[in-house]
Design a protein around this ligand. Structure first.
Ligand code: ABU
Length: 484
């Protein structure tokens, strides 16, 4: 075990006395190593399972030794997602004010459905959502906090369906004409799930091809809508993406709004990843036209760096959440509250965590100007990464860089299979715990997806990543050549 990263556990207490000081020492020790140790102490599933089950004290013994031993295994082998070499997902890093919010939220343990049980949390959520609505230009509409982007996209599809078919609430889809929903081929897979969950089926989800930069082709969209109408289908919703997961591409929202207008259908924008560009005047242009969308998904746990989960769904309309979320006899729980004082009727869940406290603490600490600086810095670092790739003869950028997604690969490999080679380099860095980056496919071509979304990452960390990548690639090539 890497002793530098090893999480030291407190002496087990016989009782809960002293628990908080012990917990505090665990937190501060993890915080002191998780940015400097390995990104991950990788172990396979069976080894981890054996470690986890090897408890000195039997299950049910009410021994703190078992609890701390499990915490030790958990932290030692957790992926250090705030590490400056962690570039794997659309979320990374850690910020102290938001972390305080997460801890306090767990400590006070309440549910977001009524003002009675969550008084301060209700005010916090409403005020935070008002800030977001102002930033996006969704002034008159409503917002709900969701479990994340997939959930938001699903609810947005329900809103669109209920808008088109007001009888849906009573009769369901029985007897209604077939419908059609349009997304790009690079849209998030949650739209497939949403179509199934909403009961319209995968055959009602039309995937529109993208151009060479990952943008939905509006000419193809129009053709597809016309052909669906000719076949007797009703266009329900166009779903544009603001920041695709792989390339970070932005659909042309203005053009999609024109098409939605022409065919009288809902326009939803999945901005789970790219919505945060609204905080900077330099990048907000990418969302041009978003104020014309009927709804929008945005995950604050992604580019804004709030601890998971912190998802929001916005709509320009009022009263639409009521249609799909405010149902049944709720008199046992909601007691004559003012508008937006009991938030339960505005959300899909009943019980819900207080996700906006961490967001609010981050907001009052950094303010909108702090978020702007964060977004601008990500774009600056991403352009440094792009320049580095362009300056390296054995690397290539595989797609236009839109924001802080960088799609690249090594172009020289001894055995000729670039997909296998780049995958192997990535796996080597991951298992070694030195850098953690993701892979995806652009057509049949594997691409290495580098995401820069940790506010503490520096220019040096970016160069360090490429140094490690190039060294691993060169070593792998040498090994392959030695075997031939
Ligand atoms: N919606 C989650 C996407 C995660 C990722 O692409 O990193």
């Amino acid at each position: 075990m890497n002793t530098e990263s090893h999480q030291k556990m407190p002496t087990p207490s016989a009782t809960e006395d002293g628990l908080f000081s012990e917990l505090s020492s665990v937190l501060s020790q993890y915080a002191s190593v998780h940015k400097t140790a390995k990104v991950v102490e990788y172990e396979n599933y069976t080894t981890l399972k054996n470690k986890l089950m090897a408890l000195d004290s039997p299950i049910g013994s009410q021994s703190w030794a078992g609890v701390w031993a499990t915490v030790e295994t958990y932290l030692n082998h957790s992926v250090k997602t705030a590490h400056p070499q962690y570039f794997n997902q659309l979320w990374a890093g850690q910020s102290a004010p938001a972390l305080v919010g997460s801890v306090i939220e767990a400590l006070a343990n309440t549910s977001m459905y009524t003002y009675e049980v969550a008084p301060v949390a209700t005010v916090v959520e409403n005020e935070m959502l008002n800030v977001f609505k102002k930033v996006l230009g969704f002034h008159s509409g409503e917002a709900q906090v969701t479990t994340g982007g997939s959930n938001s996209n699903y609810v947005a599809l329900l809103l669109a369906l209920h808008q088109k078919f007001p009888s849906l609430k009573q009769t369901g889809l029985h007897g209604l004409p077939k419908c059609a929903v349009f997304v790009s081929t690079e849209a998030h897979y949650s739209m497939d799930k949403a179509s199934v969950m909403a009961g319209i089926g995968l055959e009602s989800l039309y995937k529109i091809p993208t151009d060479q930069h990952g943008v939905m082709r509006v000419d193809e969209l129009e053709k597809q809508i016309e052909s669906c109408i000719a076949a007797g289908r009703i266009p329900i919703s166009i779903v544009g993406t603001a920041g695709t997961t792989v390339r970070g591409a932005f659909d042309n929202i203005e053009a999609l709004a024109d098409v939605a207008n022409r065919f009288d259908c809902w326009l939803h924008v999945d901005g789970a990843w790219g919505g945060a560009v609204a905080f900077s005047s330099k990048t907000k242009i990418l969302l041009k036209g978003v104020e014309r969308a009927d709804s929008m998904t945005w995950d604050a746990h992604k580019m804004l760096g709030i601890p998971l989960m912190c998802g929001v769904l916005f709509t320009q309309h009022r009263g639409h959440f009521d249609r799909v979320c405010n149902l049944g006899d709720t008199s046992y729980i909601f007691h004559d509250s003012e508008e937006r004082q009991d938030l339960g009727p505005y959300s899909l869940q009943c019980g819900r965590r207080v996700d906006m406290l961490k967001m609010w603490l981050e907001y009052i600490f950094y303010g909108e100007q702090g978020f702007k600086a964060r977004i601008d810095n990500f774009m600056r670092l991403a352009s440094i990464a792009e320049e580095r790739i362009e300056s390296e003869p054995t690397l290539e950028l595989q797609s236009k860089r839109w924001i802080n997604n960088i799609c690249f690969r090594s172009t020289v490999c001894a055995n000729g299979d670039l997909n296998q080679f780049n995958k192997a380099v990535r796996e080597h860095l991951h298992k070694q715990g030195s850098s953690f980056v993701n892979i995806a496919y652009l057509g049949d071509e594997l691409t290495v997806r580098l995401i820069i979304t940790n506010k503490d990452v520096t220019e040096e960390d970016i160069h360090e990543f490429f140094d490690r990548w190039l060294a691993a690639a060169s070593a792998l090539n040498k090994r392959v050549m030695a075997c031939e």
